[in-house]
Design a protein. Structure first.
Length: 362
């Protein structure tokens, strides 16, 4: 099974790489190569700094949303967890799930708060992420519609983004809807622990109580409106920093784009990176989709492809470098936490076995 999974991942990655090559071949590759070879490194460096600023705003918004839910997350811990979560998203084809698990586990090691509280903060944070996404997208699309006809392809992706927002809103209003998914995850973890320790923790039996606890913390966060407003503002700044990052890369290839084009293109590009296509970093799908969005917005095709390659360089290789540095700095702590977590699981297994043994003797 493991080999089959690896083979499937290799095939999917190869298909993604083929899509990148195809998109390049359809975009005057010699012109694209010329633009990339003449790219201004200072603007590329500025794009990297703006990418880092976007990550900082993302992390600070999470810290503010967590505080609204009554959960304290240190600023540095929030930043480190956010960087590591982005790294996990690039390495594992799981449509942001692996990244959220990394965030959850990283901050849990320093807090007495339970997993339900932390999961609630992530749900609220993701909801605010979508709120800011839709606000900027709506303003930009309105501006474009008033200036000229809205490209059909951009309108289609925008509808998909709106549906994503509606789904996120429903999950936030009714966290109980995650109950079925959580039970399946708990069942899988029970089997995993049974394979390692030959015992059952009964996590599936606790799933309903856990999700009700999550729902309670999600609802409590909305009572602190000033903190939630701050989190929304930070999320808006995160998207604006990302749009400016894209603008810097246009300048790097000696071109430019209107601010509203950037505010449309960057959120849609990020939406493409989160699609559950089963390929690490959504390779190929993101490149082809971003190229289509930029050309639909009126960007010349070779410029669009060059900017797409540069933005992928920044968000993959620069962010992987950030992740490697962060992991190196936090490595000792993470190893210590991993040992403690495994010891905790082993203790729970022994307690569970003892309780069942006592019940059987009774």
């Amino acid at each position: 099974m493991v080999r089959l999974g690896r083979a499937g991942l290799l095939i999917a990655t190869a298909v993604g790489a083929a899509l990148v090559v195809l998109a390049l071949l359809l975009s005057d590759p010699w012109e694209v190569a010329a633009r990339l070879s003449a790219a201004n490194p200072y603007y590329v460096a500025a794009a990297c700094l703006l990418d880092f600023a976007s990550i900082l705003f993302f992390a600070l918004a999470w810290v503010a949303a967590a505080k609204a839910a009554g959960v304290e997350i240190g600023v540095l811990d929030g930043i480190a967890a956010s960087i590591l979560s982005l790294t996990a998203d690039k390495l594992v084809a799981s449509a942001a799930i692996s990244g959220e698990l990394v965030r959850l586990v990283y901050v849990k090691r320093k807090s007495r708060a339970g997993y339900a509280e932390f999961l609630a903060t992530i749900l609220v944070h993701r909801f605010l992420y979508n709120v800011a996404f839709v606000i900027l997208l709506a303003v930009a699309l309105l501006d474009m519609a008033l200036r000229s006809a809205l490209p059909r392809s951009v309108a289609l992706v925008s509808v998909l983004a709106a549906l994503s927002m509606a789904l996120a809103s429903y999950v936030l209003v009714r966290p109980e809807s995650l109950g079925g998914l959580l039970r399946r995850v708990a069942r899988y973890l029970d089997r995993l622990v049974a394979g390692v320790y030959a015992a059952q923790l009964g996590l599936e039996e606790r799933a309903d109580a856990f999700i009700l606890s999550v729902a309670r913390f999600v609802r409590s966060s909305w009572r602190r409106k000033h903190l939630m407003s701050l989190a929304v503002l930070l999320m808006l700044l995160q998207w604006v920093a990302g749009a400016l990052e894209l603008g810097a890369l246009f300048r790097a290839v000696n071109s430019s784009a209107d601010l509203w084009q950037l505010l449309v293109a960057f959120p849609l590009h990020c939406y493409l990176t989160a699609l559950p296509v089963g390929i690490p970093a959504a390779l190929g799908v993101t490149e082809a989709g971003t190229l289509a969005v930029l050309t639909a917005l009126g960007v010349e095709r070779s410029v669009a492809m060059a900017v797409t390659i540069l933005v992928r360089f920044v968000e993959i290789w620069f962010e992987l470098m950030l992740g490697a540095v962060t992991a190196a700095l936090a490595g000792a702590e993470l190893l210590s936490f991993r040992r403690a977590l495994l010891e905790q699981v082993a203790v729970e297994v022994r307690v569970a076995e003892g309780a069942r043994g006592a019940g059987g003797r009774g």
